[in-house]
Every structure is written in C-alpha cells, then in structure tokens.
Design a protein around this ligand. Structure first.
Ligand SMILES: [Mn+2]
Length: 317
C-alpha cells in the first residue's frame, strides 16, 4: 500500500493539500509540513481546509498564514494530497475539488480508505505526522525547525501528550529527533494545553456539573448546549479540551461529550481507556476515528444517542 514518492511528483504539478473538516493538530500539522517541504523543493502548492468559523485558536501558532480560504481555491489541480481523512465526505467543501484532480495521494493512519489513487497508510502509526516524518526521512528531505514543529504537533495531539495507548517507542524516537531538528515543544504545549479561553473554562465548570455516569456500562456523559457558547462568551473552536474532563471519572471506561450544533444536531466525542473500541461505536453513527478516540455527528436526540452507545458498549463487553 505504500507507494508515494514525494520526489517523483512532476515539478509542473499543481498541488492541492488538504485534510478533514475542522482540522485538528494532526491534519493541520501534516498538511502544513508537507506544504513547507514542497515549497522548499520549488513546487506550486495550495493548502486549504473546510472549517466552520476559523482555525482553532489553540493551533494558531502553526504557520496558518499559508492557508488559502476554500472560496479562493479555483485552480484545477493535477494532484491532491489528503491528510488524516479516510472518507471524501469528511473533506467538506473541498470534496469536489479533490475528487476532480487527476491523482489523489492519501497519507493517513486511519483504517478505512474509500478514495484515492496512491496511498501511504499505517493504521498502527499514532499520527499522520508520524507517517509523513518517515516519508521525509526515507527521501532525505530537509526538515527545518518550523516543519519539525508542525510534525511534532500532530504527534503530541494524537497521542494525548504521549499518554494514549498508541504511544509507541517509535513515537518517542521521532519526538526526540524532531526536538533535535529544532521543534518548539514549549510553544506547542503552552498554546494547546497551557492556556484556555476563560469563558471556555467557565463552561468546563458547567460540563462537570452536568456529568452523569451510567454505571452499568461504565460510561460517563456530559453535554454542551449551543446557547452555552454565548452565555460563556466562547466559541466551539475553544472547547476541544472539554472531553478530557468527561473521561476522568475512575469508575468509567468510556466517555462521551455531546455538543449541540447550531442546527440542533449533535456532535459526539468518544474516548475509551480500556478494551472498548470507540471507533466501532462511532461507526454506528457513520462517524470515525480510532480505537481510543472517535467522533460523529447525528440528528438523534441525546437519550437516543446514549441508548445506542450503551448498547454498543454492552455488545463489546
Ligand atoms: Mn490523526
């Protein structure tokens, strides 16, 4: 499955770099690292993502000035390079642009791939940036400090700061190599974990108050209403950390945080600390992710969602 050679891409190619909607540290980190490497090699590239309001404030330390808004993506691209995304629908507004390009390279660590012409996928890798790092090393491409920071960001965020079970010894080897190459660890961790919007912190207090435990299936649950954002003067992009507190109760193995969207549907984030595969749970709602962390969108009501999730956990136990 591994047949992407960066240096084999014709120099005349027009290249679009993208990844899943509302990009996280891994999608953004890998896309920007690729953009910087290709630009250094003299390629013509654009990088763009579909996102609701803006890129998460936490990630604005990345070189996001390179991003082009998807409305200005009007070239016909020879090649699309897609990061951290197994399903073309997850490209959002960029889906059409990607699917009409001649070649589609998928670089990822998700299991299921439903599109693409060339692949570099390792579902055992902790992050897409880990897969990309290996490619850069194999082809002896130069990694400057900024590129190293982009790569390390994906590695840190997708391992939950080197805590999730996907944190292999290779992850530490790569992190160490990236620090050697000049990655700015303090900038990454301070921006993402060391500081939050104070309104979002007020909202966290509310999320803790609403926390409920369904002990029979060892599930902890909380929710955010759409009106909470106005009430606490915060925005959804500032609240990615809220799931971390929902997964804390000792007596639970799975956590779910439901966030009501503007249209009344719910976005669910799932976390698992043990044997339960939450990617399988999310797939029941057509969502995706990994064994320990997954997500979905649904128009079911919270009670129905909790029933469905509880049944899924029961069937796995
Ligand atoms: Mn990822």
């Amino acid at each position: 499955m591994n047949n992407i050679q960066i240096l084999d891409i014709p120099k005349s190619s027009k290249i679009l770099i993208t990844g899943h909607v509302n990009p996280d540290g891994d999608a953004l980190g890998s896309g920007l690292a690729m953009k910087l490497v290709l630009d250094n090699l003299g390629y013509f590239t654009s990088i763009s993502f579909d996102y609701i309001n803006k890129i998460s404030e936490d990630l604005s330390f990345l070189p996001i000035e390179h991003l082009t808004t998807f409305d200005s993506i009007n070239e016909n691209y020879d090649l699309s390079i897609v990061f951290d995304c197994g399903d073309p629908k997850r490209l959002g507004k960029l889906e059409h642009k990607v699917l009409e390009s001649k070649s589609i390279y998928i670089i990822d660590h998700h299991l299921e791939q439903s599109f693409g012409t060339h692949f570099e996928i390792d579902s055992n890798a902790a992050s897409t940036t880990q897969v990309l790092y290996r490619m850069f090393i194999k082809e002896k491409l130069s990694i400057n400090p900024l590129i190293a920071t982009c790569l390390l960001t994906g590695l840190i965020t997708d391992t939950g700061r080197f805590q999730y079970s996907n944190t292999s010894s290779e992850v530490f080897d790569i992190a160490s190599a990236l620090l050697e190459l000049g990655a700015d660890l303090t900038l990454i961790t301070e921006s993402i974990y060391g500081s939050v919007n104070s309104g979002a912190l007020q909202l966290q207090a509310e999320v803790i108050q609403r926390l409920a435990i369904i002990s029979e299936v060892k599930l902890s649950y909380s929710y955010v209403l759409h009106e909470d954002y106005t009430k606490h003067k915060t925005i959804p992009e500032e609240t990615d950390f809220l799931i971390d507190v929902v997964r804390l109760p000792k007596e639970t193995n799975v956590a779910i945080l439901l966030k009501e969207q503007e249209d009344g549907t719910y976005k669910g984030s799932l976390r698992s600390r043990g044997g339960i595969d939450v990617q399988a749970v999310a797939s029941l709602f057509n969502g995706g992710g990994h064994k320990a962390a997954a997500g979905f969108n649904t128009d079911l009501k919270p009670d129905e969602i909790l029933d469905k999730v509880s049944n899924a956990i029961r069937s796995q136990s």
